[in-house]
Design a protein around this ligand. Structure first.
Ligand SMILES: Nc1ncnc2c1ncn2[C@@H]1O[C@H](COP(=O)(O)OP(=O)(O)OP(=O)(O)O)[C@@H](O)[C@H]1O
Ligand SMILES: [Mg+2]
Length: 265
């Protein structure tokens, strides 16, 4: 199965609340994001078997701000997956954005371990996304809720990662200010991604492309791959191509690439 099909399957399992039970060496990927907390369960063949996603208020710009809240949500999601799969889940991978300090690394580790998970690996978020795409050379750019994360891949390996605070929340602020609505309403309006909305958030998308350009220009990169929820805007590839002069491709099921990558790392 190609990664596109695996992501489609994972999306289906999450949307329909179904599982594909087989009890073969389950491992859980834990993505504590700024906008979403996502748990992905894979089997020993890296096949997705279940997943859960929950809106997050516990992480800001990649940094945990509500430690207890994070543990409570994670415990609830884990329990619900265990009930559906009819087994205990213990093995997990977690992730953090590049450029965060040791204290945040420890926070993520402690939160995940407090939920009775044994952590096998803690990976960098855009590296996890790159793992899914299985690329030899290129830049993977994760446009999330809080940050723009970038990994440079050479000969199948991540050689450099970077992360800067520009993400979906910054678009919400623009939309909220323009229409005089709450951030919650702005978030809903933004996802309608109409032409007017896309024009309104264009400067934020350009900022993301400019951040990317500043990094990729130091490397000899042929292609940029966009993942993360904030890559959902139509025409985003063109904005990135105009600013970076590098061919840009958007990946389907953008919200699930990094979480699935964490699970299979
Ligand atoms: N259809 C859509 N159109 C535009 N934006 C969207 C759409 N769907 C989701 N988003 C945005 O994507 C963001 C969430 O993406 P994602 O789940 O990748 O972020 P995250 O992992 O929680 O954040 P981070 O990686 O920065 O910590 C939110 O800001 C959300 O508003
Ligand atoms: Mg993310």
């Amino acid at each position: 199965m190609e990664y596109e099909e695996k992501l489609d399957k994972l999306n289906y399992l999450i949307q329909t609340n179904k599982v594909d039970k087989n009890n073969k060496g389950y491992k859980v990927g834990v993505d504590l994001g700024t906008a979403n907390i996502v748990l992905v369960v894979v089997d020993e063949n890296k096949e997705p078997v279940a997943g859960k996603t929950y809106p997050s208020t516990v992480v800001k710009d990649g940094v945990v701000i509500d430690y207890i809240g994070a543990i409570n949500i994670l415990k609830k999601l884990k329990l619900s997956l265990e009930e559906s799969l009819d087994t205990k889940l213990s093995l997990s991978n977690a992730a953090l954005p590049p450029n965060v300090d040791k204290s945040n690394y420890n926070a993520i580790k402690n939160i995940v371990e407090s939920c009775d998970f044994d952590i096998e690996k803690i990976v960098l978020e855009p590296d996890a996304a790159a793992k899914v795409l299985n690329i030899e050379n290129g830049a993977v750019v994760d446009l999330g809720g809080g940050t723009t994360g970038i990994s440079i891949i050479k000969d199948g390996k991540s050689i450099y990662s970077y992360d800067e605070a520009t993400g979906g929340i910054h678009m919400d602020l623009v939309v909220s200010g323009y229409y005089g609505v709450s951030l919650r309403e702005a978030e809903i309006l933004k996802k309608s991604a109409t032409k007017e909305i896309t024009n309104l958030v264009r400067p934020t998308l350009e900022k993301m492309a400019t951040i990317t350009s500043g990094i990729v220009s130091s490397f000899n990169i042929d292609e940029i791959y966009l993942v993360g929820g904030s890559s959902c805007f139509e025409g985003i590839e063109k904005i990135f191509e105009d600013i970076t002069n590098i061919k840009t491709r958007k990946i389907d099921n953008a919200l699930l690439v990094t979480p699935y990558g964490i699970a299979i790392s």
